[in-house]
Design a binder for this molecule. Structure first.
Ligand SMILES: Nc1ncnc2c1ncn2[C@@H]1O[C@H](COP(=O)(O)OP(=O)(O)O)[C@@H](O)[C@H]1O
Ligand SMILES: [Mg+2]
Length: 278
């Protein structure tokens, strides 16, 4: 497969990366996580950590447990075993609302946007957690609520500028090509101003040009906002180029963990990939 071939398509995107990034201490520590659905063991005794400011990739064949792991991180699934330590605190029973409140945002493998709503309104939905005024105050459009609404709009517009989607800000999302919808979904996640951004296959189904754009935005988010990124991606060229460290899952087990170079030469990883290669 592509594992051994260096890929230069993303050099342009990488040129943006100033090289001044500082990887910090561990902020998310997943310890011995096991998760099953009835008889299906989706994750078996998996441990790995994520350091502040890094781009951490999760790779593995279909059904390996990658999306399940993201769902554990953001509190959608509760593992039967294991510990999650986020910013030094044990998180045994965290629901996804609490996870989002504490700074964990995500995008989904299948786009989850309001198709009939405009780009701007979709991005505004990402601000919900940040809104203090209640529904009644907003309905009455009352003093503080009104000021708050304006602040949130300013933030949403900043994100729109950052993602270079000004021209489509009033377009209903359902009318946009797939690559742009993925970019809007990234915008909605960014609107929550997350500390950790979880991206589930942000480039799946994109052409090379769309992938290059998405790579550049991911690197810029990481660099300019200092956001820590956990990324599931199938394109090995992208993974090897943009991630600091890679964890490899196969049938719910961890079979590799390290820098892109370490993972690329790991025999277990090569075997797992050769097993599913065409
Ligand atoms: N909600 C669920 N209910 C039952 N089984 C599930 C559920 N989510 C995932 N699984 C199973 O867990 C395994 C891992 O799935 P998933 O995490 O989606 O893998 P990946 O994202 O690596 O393709 C698969 O066998 C899948 O069928
Ligand atoms: Mg998946």
């Amino acid at each position: 497969m592509l594992m051994n071939e260096p890929d230069n398509r993303f050099e342009a995107a990488l040129a943006n990366d100033s090289g001044g990034r500082k990887i910090g201490p561990v902020i998310l520590d997943m310890q011995n996580i096991s998760l099953s659905f009835g008889g299906v063991r989706a994750l078996t005794d998996i441990s790995f950590n994520v350091k502040q400011h890094e781009i951490r990739a999760i790779i593995g064949p279909n059904g390996a447990g990658k999306s399940s792991m993201l769902n554990v991180i953001n509190g959608v699934y509760r593992p039967q075993q294991g510990e999650i330590i986020y910013r030094g605190q044990h998180r045994k029973n965290m629901d996804c609302y609490a996870a989002a409140k504490s700074g964990i945002a995500r995008t989904f493998q299948n786009i989850a946007l309001f198709k009939g709503m405009t780009v701007l309104d979709n991005i505004m939905t990402g601000r919900n957690l940040k809104m203090k005024s209640n529904f009644l105050m907003q309905a009455l459009y009352w003093g503080p609520a009104r000021r708050e609404e304006i602040e949130h709009r300013v933030k949403a517009e900043e994100i729109i500028d950052f993602l270079e989607i000004q021209a489509i800000r009033k377009t209903p999302v359902g009318r946009l090509p797939y690559g742009l919808q993925k970019r809007v979904e990234l915008g909605r996640a960014l609107a929550a101003e997350p500390e950790i951004l979880l991206l589930d296959e942000p480039m799946a189904g994109m052409n090379v040009e769309e992938k290059q754009d998405m790579c550049r935005f991911i690197l810029d988010v990481n660099d300019q906002f200092g956001t820590t990124i956990v990324l599931i991606e199938h394109d090995m060229g992208v993974v090897m180029d943009i991630s600091d460290r890679v964890v490899v899952l196969d049938y719910g087990k961890k079979i590799g963990d390290g820098t892109p170079d370490e993972v690329r030469t790991n025999q277990d990883v090569i075997n797992a990939y050769l097993g599913v290669a065409e």
